[in-house]
Structure formats: structure tokens, C-alpha cells
Design a protein around this ligand. Structure first.
Ligand SMILES: [Zn+2]
Length: 480
């Protein structure tokens, strides 16, 4: 059998510097969701120079794009993210918490290498298609604001995933593994209550409190918790409490809800029930309620067949290889984790790797081996990601590669430090190589796409976006 990884490595080795520089640029320009202006511009310029045709903006988002190379043969897709997190500015390669820009944003989820890793996979595959005159096409979809807005839901609803045969992506993590567990679907919604103000002592009978409605709604939802699926997670925050004067009846108040469950249908069902509770609360308080759906995203449904192909590709190309300095930094960063985090890391690593291999990874302070994958669904990641939404449009596989010490949580200064420095570069190399190897296999062996679609048709079938046609994503210039 042909070794695709060798072909990929040849092209990647010739080009790795430019990917590495691109990842540095993204890390040095950390921009939170929907304002990734510099990052998205740079990525689009890069792809344009590589011969991709760019569509931008898409779905009304200036920082979202679709880049296409070729117009025949199988269409291999790569999903790219590049948003940073507010307040996570951190010096790269440092084992102490040191802000680079006081109060600034930072790549605490490693999306600098996530984005360039997936983009690199696409570009290397494009080079191979070009060099070998293969009949295949490559598509890169750049989706902003993974962290908070679920942009892929809007991109999917608007048809930009149509025509893509398979989608590949990855996430920097503290382990090397296939993401074969799901993730939680999430419905994001605000409830705006409007009542009538009055003097709370002199004329309480004239007041209709929007704040009362919020409190009644939350009580109702807290009773609902007993009668929902186990996987459900319902959280709320007050966006507006109607003012800070107890002696004024609050005429306005707003609640912000996340409604999550292991399956999108369950989340939507709970959402409908919570809407009824909101309406009931409004009726009780004698106020009006406006329900504003902000976004929604499905659970991640990994395509197991395609995940198996990706797993073989990581094995063929190889997991990240770290040098002495990387291992030293990994040890120092690992020491900054608290005992509970380390304990959870042992449990997690043991679940994934089995006893012996887990011990070895922990002793190294950073994962170097690939966790075994048996082709079955694994334990759900109790988080939400809009890759879930994407996985309902296109057969999707994603992997984790270690870009930080064992047990490092995402959204931390440690991840920002690690993924931005030399460790992240080793991970980037492996990510590009593994994704390109998988893409090349899918481009050359028709059964990859056939089998992935067979599974997709039986597990997902036809999917309808969980948001209405006219819903627009948050305007970053108006809403924070
Ligand atoms: Zn992330």
C-alpha cells in the first residue's frame, strides 16, 4: 500500500516555515469572536496566494470566508477557526503567568494553531493535487467566533457546506486522540420582560414588575430540571435586573439562557418548554415577554468511519515530537496546575490510554502517544462546539493533538503560553501532516467518501438548521 504520509511530509517540510510564521502572526494578533479582522484577512491573503478562490464575507460576517481550489472530483473540506479569548493575554513559552498586553486577549484555546493547522492541511493537499495532477478539490471554511456565537450554524443554514464531501478538523488539547465522543447541543436565548414602573411604596398596585417575572421564570425552570434528560444543562444569568433601586418597580429585566443537552432535538424540546415557562411567568407577573433566540448549535456527531481513516493518518504521519526544551517547559507548566486538575488528568488519561500508557504520558508531562481508537463512540466531552453543527451537514472527523502539558484545561494562560511557542509548533506540524494525509487518502480512494456518506445518511440523514431563516448573528459593533 502507498504511504501517503511520505508524500505529505515532503511537501510539508518544504513549506513548514510559512505555516509556522502564519501561526505566529495569528497568535500575535489575538482577536475575540467576530472581530478577527487581522487574522481572517491574513488567512484569506495566504489562501489567495496559494491559488484558492475566496468568498468573503459570508453569512453576513466580515471575518468568515470560504476558499475553494478546483472544481472537479471529490471535495475535501477543512474547517478553520481563529478567534481568541478576552483577558487571556500571556507571554509565549513562559511557565509563569505573565500578561503580554495588560487586559488583552490571548489564544488560550490554541486557535492560532487550530486555524493554521487545518488551513495547512488544505494547502498541502492542494499542492499534492497540483503536483500529481489529481482530480480533486479542496475547500476551506473559515468560521469566526467558535467560542461564543456558533458562527457555523449560520454558515450551515446559508448553504456554504453544500457540495463538500467530507470535513476534517482538529483541536489543540493535552492528549493525542480521535474526538469520538459527542458534545452538548446548545440553544442561546434571551428573555426580555417588559412591565410597568411605579413607586414601590406609594403605588405598588400600579406596578407590574419585570424582575418578578424573571424570578418566577427561574423558579419554574428550576422545577423543570427534574423532568429533563440527564444530559441537560441549563444555565442563566441576569443581563438586566431593571435598575438598582428597590423602591422603584422594575419595568424591564432580561435573562440570558444557555440550554444544553446531548442531542439537539432534546435541547430544542427543553427550549420550547422553557419558552412556555417564560410566557407563564409573564402572565403571572402581568408583564410582556419577548423571546430572542441568539444562536443554536447541535451536538457533535463524529463520523466514526472517517474518524478511523483520520486515526490511521495520525498513526502514519506521527504525533507531535517534542525536544528537550519542550519537555522542560511542559514539566514546569504542569507544576502550575492545581492538585484537583492533576487528579482529573490522571482519570482522563487512564480512560483514554489505559493504565500503563497513561502513566508513561503523565511521567513525560506531555502526551506523545496516540490514544487507541476502537471505531466506537466514546465518552462525551461535556462542552459545546459549533463543529457539532457542521457535523450535521457534512461527514466530519476531528482529532485532538497535544499542544500543552497533560491535564491543561482549555481557556487558560498555560494553553496560550504552550500553543504559542515551540511546543505548539511541533503540534502544528503533526496537525497539518495528519490532516493532509487523511485528505489525500479521501481524494484518492473513492470508498472513503462512499463509506463516510453511508454512515452519515443512516445516523444524521436530512438536517434542518435550528435557527430561523432571517436570524442574523450578533453585530459586534453594537452588541458586546
Ligand atoms: Zn477552542
Amino acid at each position: 500500500m502507498k504511504n501517503y504520509a511520505d508524500d505529505v511530509r515532503k511537501v510539508l517540510d518544504e513549506n513548514f516555515d510559512k505555516f509556522s510564521n502564519l501561526a505566529d502572526y495569528i497568535w500575535e494578533h489575538p482577536e475575540p469572536g467576530l472581530i478577527e479582522y487581522e487574522s481572517s484577512k491574513k488567512l484569506m491573503e495566504f489562501l489567495k496566494d496559494e491559488g484558492f478562490e475566496i468568498e468573503n464575507p459570508i453569512s453576513g460576517m466580515e471575518t468568515a470566508f470560504k476558499a475553494t481550489y478546483g472544481n472537479s472530483g471529490p471535495v475535501i473540506g477543512f474547517s478553520v477557526e481563529y478567534d481568541a479569548l478576552p483577558g487571556l493575554s500571556q507571554k509565549r513559552g513562559s511557565a509563569t503567568k505573565e500578561e503580554l498586553v495588560p487586559g488583552g486577549a490571548g489564544h488560550g484555546c490554541g486557535h492560532n494553531i487550530l486555524g493554521v493547522g487545518a488551513l495547512g492541511g488544505a494547502v498541502v493537499l492542494k499542492d499534492l493535487i497540483e503536483n500529481e495532477k489529481l482530480d480533486a478539490s479542496v475547500v476551506v471554511v473559515g468560521a469566526p467566533s467558535e467560542e461564543r456565537d456558533g458562527a457555523k450554524t449560520f454558515i450551515g443554514r446559508d448553504g456554504y457546506y453544500e457540495g463538500i464531501d467530507i470535513m476534517l478538523t482538529w483541536h489543540p488539547e493535552s492528549k493525542n486522540a480521535i474526538w469520538n465522543g459527542g458534545s452538548l447541543a446548545n440553544i442561546i436565548v434571551t428573555y426580555n420582560f417588559k412591565g410597568t414602573t411605579s413607586h414601590a411604596a406609594a403605588a405598588p398596585q400600579l406596578g407590574r414588575s419585570a424582575l418578578d417575572a424573571c424570578e418566577l421564570m427561574n423558579v419554574g425552570v428550576n422545577y423543570l430540571r427534574e423532568h429533563v434528560v440527564d444530559s441537560a444543562r441549563i444555565h442563566y444569568a441576569y443581563l438586566d435586573v431593571g435598575g438598582n433601586a428597590p423602591n422603584v418597580v422594575q419595568s424591564h429585566a432580561t435573562l440570558y439562557y444557555f440550554i444544553r443537552a446531548a442531542k439537539i432535538d432534546d435541547a430544542l424540546n427543553i427550549y420550547e418548554r422553557i419558552n412556555n415557562i417564560a410566557k407563564g411567568a409573564a402572565l403571572m407577573a402581568g408583564v410582556e415577554v419577548e423571546i430572542n433566540l441568539k444562536g443554536a448549535l447541535a451536538d457533535f456527531s463524529p463520523n466514526l468511519y472517517l474518524s478511523g481513516v483520520l486515526y490511521d493518518s495520525i498513526k502514519e504521519f506521527g504525533t507531535p515530537k517534542f525536544d528537550e526544551d519542550d519537555l522542560k517547559l511542559a514539566k514546569e507548566l504542569y507544576e502550575t496546575l492545581d492538585d484537583n486538575t492533576k487528579k482529573a488528568a490522571v482519570e482522563n488519561m487512564t480512560y483514554l490510554y489505559g493504565d500503563e500508557l497513561a502513566k508513561e504520558q503523565i511521567a513525560n508531562h506531555i502526551a506523545t502517544e496516540l490514544a487507541p481508537f476502537d471505531g466506537k463512540y466514546g465518552k462525551m466531552e461535556v462542552i459545546s462546539s459549533d463543529v457539532g453543527e457542521l457535523s450535521h451537514y457534512v461527514p466530519t472527523a476531528q482529532m485532538f493533538l497535544a499542544a500543552s502539558p497533560v491535564g491543561t484545561p482549555l481557556h487558560t494562560w498555560q494553553m496560550c503560553s504552550s500553543a504559542g511557542g515551540s511546543i505548539g509548533k511541533k503540534t502544528l506540524y503533526s496537525a497539518i501532516g495528519s490532516l493532509a494525509t487523511c485528505g489525500l487518502k479521501a481524494a484518492l480512494e473513492p470508498e472513503v467518501i462512499e463509506k463516510a456518506h453511508e454512515e452519515f445518511d443512516s445516523v444524521i440523514g436530512k438536517y434542518e438548521a435550528p435557527i430561523p431563516e432571517d436570524l442574523k448573528i450578533r453585530d459586534p459593533n453594537i452588541e458586546s
